[in-house]
Design a binder for this molecule. Sequence first.
Ligand SMILES: [Ca+2]
Length: 473
Amino acid sequence: MKQQFLKIFVLSLVFTLSGICKTTAQKNLKTKKPNILFIAVDDLRPELNFYGANHIKSPNLDKLASESLVFNRAYCNIPVCGASRASLLSGMRPTRHRFIDHKTELDVDVPGVVSFPKLLKQNGYTTISNGKVYHHNNDDSLAWNSIWFPKGDTRDYQLEKNIKQNTAPNSRGEAFELAEVDDNAYFDGKIAQKGIDDLRQLKEGKQPFFLALGFMKPHLPFNAPKKYWDLYDRSNIELPESYVQPETTPKEAFHNFGELRNYGNVPKFGDISEDLAKELIHGYYACVSYVDTQIGLVLDELKRLELEDDTIVILWGDHGWNLGDHKLWCKHVTFEKALRTPLIIKVPGKTSGQQTNAITEYIDIYPSLAELVGLNAPETVEGQSFVPVINGETPDKDWGVSKFKDMVTLIKGDLFYTEWTKDDGVAYARMLFDHKTDPLELDNLAEKPEYQETVSHLAEELRAKWGKDFLNK
Ligand SMILES: [Ca+2]
C-alpha cells in the first residue's frame, strides 16, 4: 500500500514537472521574438521546379519551398542589384531620382532611414550581414552588429587563365568557368560556412537574430565547380521560345546587354552564337545547383541546432534575368523575365508548401516581416503586408509597379503596361502585353486602336501608383 502510494506520488510529480516545463517552453516561444534567416540569391530567376520548370536541379530550394508559402507572382520594384536591395530593405519605392542603379547606396539616397535590419537592431535583435546583402558591404552599417564579406576579387575566378585575364588592365575573365575545385573555393561556399558558424553561436545567445546571407551566384560570371556543370547535358539545353525581338515592341525596350559583353569570351557587338548562348544557359544552371547545395548546408544546420521552429526563413532573388529571352541577356529591362522573382517564406506552424497568385512587390517584404515579428514598420515604408495571404485570406491587392531608368511598368492582373517618360511625365514610348493570351510578351498592344481606352486607364493608374515623390525629388 505504502509502495503504491509512493508510485502515485512520483508519477504525479513527474506529470506536474513536465507540465511546468511545457508551460515554460510555450511561454518562451510566445515571449521571445522569432529569428529570421534572410537569404538573398543574386540574379536568381524563378526558373525552378516549384514554379513549374523541370530542368534545374535544386533539391534544397525545392524542399524549402515545400515548407513555405511560394509567391508565384512576386516582382522586384527595380531590376538591378543595388537599387533593388536598397528598395527592399527600406520598403521604399524607387523613384526617378532615388534607387537608380547597381551602385545605389541606401546611406546616400535615404540617409538615416530606418531600414528593416535597423528596426530589428533597435528592438533587441542581433543582426548579421554576410556576403552580398547591400551592393556596398558597409552600406547602412548602423543596422548591423556585424558585417562580413569574403576576401578577394568579387568575380571570384579559380582558373589561372581567368585570374590572369581578369587582372589585366581594362580586361575581364570569361563569362563562366568550370573548375575542378571544392565548393568552398568560391565565395558562396565560404558564405554558407560563415552562416553555419554564426548559427552555432547565435543558438547560444539570448537575443533573437536576423541572419542575412547574400549568396552571389548565379550572378555573372557563371563560375561553379565542375560537378555542378556535370549535372546537365548541354545537348538537351534549348534556346527560349521567345528568342526574338518583335518589330512592334519599342526599340527602347531592348539593350545591348553590356554587362555580359564585358566578359572576355563574349563578342562586343552583334548576335551571340547559338553555341555560346547554350553554354551560358548551362553555366547559369550549374551556378543555381551550386548555390542550392550551399543553401542546403545552412538549412541542415538550422535543423540540427533545433532552431527551425523558432526561425522564419525567407529566400528571394533580387530581380529576374533574361537568359536569351527576347534575345536579351541580364536584367535592366521591364519585360516580365527581368521583373519576376523567386520569393518563398517559411513561417513555422503556418506554411507547408502553399502557393499564392497574389501580386506581391518587394517593398511588401519589410512590412510583412515586421508584422510577423510584432513590430511596427516606420511611416517611410510604402509596401503592404502580405501576412493576410500567409494566414490564408484573399489578397486585396492585384497590382505592382516596377521601374528602370525612364521605364515604369504597371502590373495589373494579367496586364503589363510600360511607359517611357522624361521628367515632364509625358510618355514617349509605350508597350502593353496581356499575359492571358501572350505570356511571352511578343505582341505589343499599346498602339492598337482597339486598346486605346485600356491604355488610357492604365496610364492614369500608373501615375496614381508610381509613388508620391516619383516626379518631385
Ligand atoms: Ca542582382
